[in-house]
Design a protein. Structure first.
Length: 341
């Protein structure tokens, strides 16, 4: 089946560039383009695309307004095209809350090169569309009460890893936790620099627990969630008490922040006293770290297929039988709230 795409951008150059990225793909067809949000609404009603790429800064109707209108009238998977600035990050995060599924950068790190690798972009489009119509193949797995009580008693650190769909999923979890949540939380999401800072600042306004972007030497304290900074590796350290170490990205890890790196360091620092949560995302980051955590007798929760935007990372955990529990977001929230007794 060919995936039909609508491209929305006020720049002729970027509309043309996106069309070029998809033009030779055998499973993807650009069926129309639009110059602004208002034009996009008309095109969605006419062409019924399988996915929309959406710019955020446009005349007549901006991207966020367009996302809200499309999700209300013609629910369709939307991929935001974002600037790698703090302002661009803030706008993109608002679009994700409005219903967009994910984002890609409009420019490379040099500020000029447009877009990511076309293979990555095509794979992302295919997975975003495929996951919307796929039924669950891995059953839920909920631990028994004695297992849960033991976790609540022994857990000294919660580490959360996520990628595609992760910003909304993590916000859903953290926003439901009380200010006096008794366990430190550290989160690694595949986001570029500026995005993690904007994301942490946004969460700090919407969550009961304190949220901030992690800095070197930050202590791990109850009632606080630290967000791993984009473009760097976050390490969990312990020397009498827990704290954060930050290192530059290196070639041993495909992502920065790396969930594998964070999970592995948590296993070294806290042994069997960790709860690792693997949420929605492409790829398999977190698999090796989760394996190390389970070897140290720590617990792992994986998001279920039905509630994941992309069932890559949690699916790998589930299929490798590394998950103590396979849960949707609401079930995870209930499980975490039990930590308060």
């Amino acid at each position: 089946m060919t995936i039909k795409i609508l491209i929305v951008d006020d720049s002729f150059f970027f509309r043309k560039r996106l069309c070029e990225l998809f033009e030779n793909h055998p499973e993807i067809e650009v069926i129309a383009t639009a110059e602004n949000g208002e034009d996009a609404l008309k095109k969605v009603e006419i062409y019924h695309p399988d996915l929309i790429t959406m710019d955020h800064e446009m005349p007549v109707m901006d991207g966020i307004t367009a996302v809200r209108q499309i999700m209300k009238r013609f629910p369709t998977p939307i991929l935001m095209i974002s600037a790698l600035t703090y302002e661009g990050a803030s706008t993109t995060l608002e679009a994700l809350e409005a219903g967009a599924l994910d984002f890609v950068a409009k420019h490379g790190k040099d500020g000029n090169t447009p877009f990511v690798d076309d293979h990555f972009l095509s794979d992302l489009v295919l997975q975003l569309v495929a996951n919307r119509s796929k039924s669950s193949t891995v059953p839920a797995k909920i631990g028994n009460r004695s297992e849960t009580k033991a976790l609540e008693k022994n857990c000294e650190l919660i580490v959360i890893g996520a990628s595609t769909g992760g910003p909304v999923a993590v916000q859903a979890l953290l926003s439901e936790l009380p200010r006096n949540f008794p366990v430190p939380i550290v989160v690694a999401i595949h986001m570029p620099e500026n995005f993690t800072r904007a994301y942490a600042n946004r969460l700090s306004k919407n969550c009961g627990v304190d949220v901030k972007e992690a800095e070197p030497g930050d202590p791990l304290i109850a009632g606080q969630a630290l967000i791993a900074p984009g473009g760097k590796l976050l390490k969990i350290c312990h020397n009498g008490s827990g704290y954060i170490g930050i290192a530059p990205k290196n070639d041993a890890y495909s992502f920065a922040p790396s969930i594998d790196y964070m999970f592995g360091s948590a296993a070294d620092a806290y042994g069997g006293k960790v709860l690792a949560v693997v949420l929605t995302g492409m790829g398999s980051d977190g698999h090796m770290g989760a394996k190390k955590l389970r070897k140290n007798s720590s617990s792992v929760w994986a998001q279920d297929e039905k509630s994941s935007v992309i069932y890559g990372m949690p699916g790998v955990i589930a299929k490798a039988n590394l998950a103590n529990q396979i849960l949707n977001i609401d079930e995870m929230i209930l499980g975490l709230k039990r930590f308060n007794g």
